[in-house]
Design a protein around this ligand. Sequence first.
Ligand code: ZN
Length: 674
Amino acid sequence: MANPLITAHKLPPFHQIKAQHVIEAIQKITSESIEGINRLVESLDQPDETNFLRPLEHIQDRLSQSWSPVSHLANVADTPELREAYQQALGMISEYGTKMGQHQGLYQCYQKLDLTRLSQEQNKAVENALLSFKLSGIALDEKGRDEFARIQMELSQLGNRFQENVLDATQGWSKSMSSVDDLIGLPDTALSMLKQAAESKNQQGWLVTLDGPSYLAVMTYAENRELRKEVATAFVSRASDLGPNAGQWDNAPVIEKIMALRSQKAQLLGYENYAELSLAQKMAETPEQVLSFLNQLADRSVPQAKAEFSALTDYAKQELGLHTLEPWDIAWASEKLKEHMFSVSQEMIRPYLPADKSILGLFEVCKRLFNVGFQQNHQVKVYHPDVQYFDVLSDGKVIAGFYFDLYARIGKRGGAWMDDCRVRRLDAKGEIQIPVAYLNCNFSAPSADKPSLLTHNELTTLFHEFGHGLHHMLTQIDVADVSGINGVSWDAVELPSQFMENYCWQPEALDFISGHVETGEPIPKALLDKLITAKNFQSAMLSVRQLEFALFDFELHCQSAPQTIAQIRDILGSVRKRVTVVPLIPENRFENGFSHIFGGGYAAGYYSYKWAEVLSADAFSLFEENGVFDQKTGQAFFDNILSKGGSQDAMELFKAFRGREPKIDALLKHTGIQ
Ligand code: ZN
């Protein structure tokens, strides 16, 4: 039997891929890729597009086509066998990446390219490649290069260990509830979700877990204060030395090692600290610039956040009989206050947002803005019955595709994210290979008698991830390294996603995005108005929370010396002193579960969320000026942002669209911060 991860396929043959295929395939393809590249660069006196860049891209794409379904399945269909194979293969991928990054022959070929004979896209790709060579330690002496390779390998494994600890700690705690009386306040959707969770483990009653939807439902709605306290404590102490599973999956030693290795890596490459290294490839230029940007936003937001929290405290005292507002009361009391002020809750919105209807609405928004269509393609094999595959159409032609994996299930990691499956490029025959994306959310799955109904937050998440998807899928660039989301600076990558979120707030859009599950009636005007007013409820509190994460991340990575866990916590403590306005649970070990910066790629880059919010709010304000479905503006956004991918500087593209540099005002206005 041929290994399905080795043979070429237009799309991954998910129905054939098994855990036992992984090691063989990744081993074979990484070693053949290395051989292929060695042969390619050996004989080249004058590398150019035809004899170097294109063949190199084919080799690289083959590996990414094999690896993409493996890393995707590890995220959405985790099994012990797959996890083990994935871990091992990850080591090979990382080793391959390091080898390529330190390939002298390859580096020399890039340096020898005659840039005047390359297109603008190729020039940008080459410029990026040369910088990333530098960051790969190519200029180091042999000892330095070995050291660098070891650090990279360890960092990759530690990042994965961090994530596994968080996943295990999340799944390692649950509470079985035998009486529904202990779950008073929870909406029906949440109760049936908890019942399903119990059934899936052959248990009676209801099972409260730390998975996103379960955790949020309890924190927001459970009248049972003790339960909220217990769940909150278990959640914020995940993977740490505190809380109910203290010490079992403690990430503190992992964090210390990661930070020490990052410092070493930065200094090896000639940077003062990891923050400087991180900025080398970003739109922002210096650590001072980022810190000043974050501090400015904090200065504008903290006073209003304090006022919001004090209003919540007063309300809790007067109306809810809570003399002290404990950390586990905040979400619950906030929901009550919000209902009281706006008499609108996320649960009231659900019946108006059946998932199927919302998805059609999302497609309609894209059609109006960018003139593209979507059609489910049943021929394509998927990896789970919940998953759907869609073709993206433009002028009747298929220009892209995506896997829609929307519902929570066992073995799928939490949260929502977009990943690429295929990138747009020219294949070996010179034909366009269309881009394909994985779009993943964790909504409550439909049951036999009930469709999936979304909260407004979930709708926003859907639009957000789809924005990333559009950036990847609507690209018109044929050079893989700068096509779609490839080569886009980290701090600009959230522009299309956060831009798309705006449509979840537009009456004109909600008219067709929403439709009551029984009557088909869109969200009534009065409810919509309340929803819009409620949007900025506690917006400053939310903003300072993001600023807390961003400042902690950035200040931590500005340190030049290795930090002990105690010092790391001091940094977080000092940031909190400046920007945090809510009380914390003593067992709070937020940092131990901060996957973005320790398990993912956001190290010294969490600020990019806020940075991109400024860009996206400012971009959308042009639509507010011209009409939210104005075709010309939509076309301009497509032409200057979505279609261009990473082929030009993010700032240049933004200015081409907006006619000027970004301004902070639109964001402050949109979030109601004075
Ligand atoms: Zn995003």
